[in-house]
Design a protein. Structure first.
Length: 367
């Protein structure tokens, strides 16, 4: 039950790998949980299994996203066709939606949303599961998916987030995922991306053996977008649209996956900008000083006229004109200085604080 609870916690996009019956490991990686089968399982293009005798065997998977499911299966126990215990049931969230008697073939369709549970069980029947087809409704990009895809605490948590794991015979979980296939064999980690945006993957090849086969390949669908040689660490980003697959494979390497981050298209990441005037506070001082100087000249003129009023003549009138001419020049000088300060105040500096832009593939060698 702990496994189911972990899977229920996810709101990951719709994924459809439930028809990979090539091996027990492939089915478990896709999300199937099988109980009660006593060594009767057969794998390949379809799955076949039962519990010997009048006992129960069941298989279930937690569906992710939203869409329609179509399950095709058959009850292949032809002996005892009239036995009421010879049946196969298909249940959706604990509610029976189909029952197959001996030799019966059915296609069972139903709508689903995230965390719905598909269960198939038998009692004295034989399950032949031919296909599970999920038709997913288009999803929206969610940056929270990066956190879900970076949850490496357990295999169940990674499967719930949408990861499928194939070919691994060594896996370690925790704050990061580590996995590989022993020897020169191939193992693959993949997930289906939702909506539209950019994905950034941080990982490292921790196998430090020098060998041409020692590499990790990061792919968008089936196109390689990055390769890590021995003991190499990278941050790899690429643009994606709805349904694109992120694949991480190794061949004689060891995958250490640290994080997956998603930035959705249309998301605005604002830079923090601070504008500072280069002459802030200077202009008021200059204007005030010029005004004070002008008042001082006016006061001098007033005093001169008061003290020497009787002595003013034509010559004094000429001196007064000269004095006013001087005052006018001083006023013009002040105006020009104010204009110069206005021009200087338009010069600003920008202090920009923004997150580093994820660029093309970057490499960081381990020291």
């Amino acid at each position: 039950m702990a496994r189911i609870d972990a899977l229920h916690a996810s709101s990951r996009a719709c994924t459809g790998h439930l028809s990979d019956f090539s091996s027990r490991e492939a089915m478990q990686a896709a999300g199937w949980n099988m109980t009660g089968f006593d060594g009767t399982e057969e794998f390949g293009a379809s799955f076949r299994g039962w519990c010997s005798g009048r006992c129960k065997a069941s298989m279930e998977a937690v569906l992710q996203g939203e869409g329609n499911a179509s399950v095709t299966l058959k009850n292949e126990h032809l002996t005892g066709s009239g036995d009421e215990d010879n049946y196969i049931r298909v249940s959706h969230n604990g509610r029976e939606i189909a029952r197959l008697a001996s030799g019966e073939v059915k296609r069972v369709d139903f709508p689903f949303v995230t965390s719905d549970v598909l269960r198939i069980d038998e009692r004295y029947g034989i399950i032949r599961l031919k296909s599970v087809v999920l038709t997913c409704r288009g999803g929206e990009c969610s940056e929270a998916e990066g956190s879900e895809l970076s949850n490496f605490t357990s295999k169940a948590a990674m499967q719930a987030a949408g990861w499928t794991m194939t070919g691994f015979d060594n896996m370690q979980f925790g704050s990061r995922f580590m996995g590989w296939c022993g020897g020169t064999c191939f193992s693959l980690l993949q997930t289906t991306l939702r909506g539209q945006g950019k994905v950034s993957v941080n990982l490292r090849n921790v196998h430090n053996t020098t060998d041409d086969d020692n590499y990790i390949s990061v792919m968008k669908n089936d196109k390689e977008v990055g390769r890590l040689q021995h003991d190499e660490e990278m941050e790899i980003d690429f643009d994606f649209t709805e349904g694109d697959k992120l694949k991480i494979g190794e061949h004689y390497g060891k995958i250490q996956l640290t994080s997956v981050n998603i930035i959705c298209s249309g998301t605005q990441h604002h830079d923090s900008k601070l504008k500072v005037s280069s002459n802030a506070g200077v202009l008021p001082v200059v204007v005030g000083g010029c005004f004070s100087l002008l008042l001082a000249f006016v006061f001098v003129i007033y005093c001169a006229r008061s003290w020497h009023f009787q002595r003013i003549s034509i010559g004094a009138s000429t001196a007064r004109r000269a004095l006013f001419s001087t005052i006018g020049k001083k006023h013009m000088d002040c105006d020009e200085q104010v204009a110069d300060e206005d021009a200087g105040s338009t010069e600003t500096s920008e202090l920009v604080s923004s997150p580093p832009r994820p660029g093309s593939i970057g490499k960081k060698k381990k020291i």
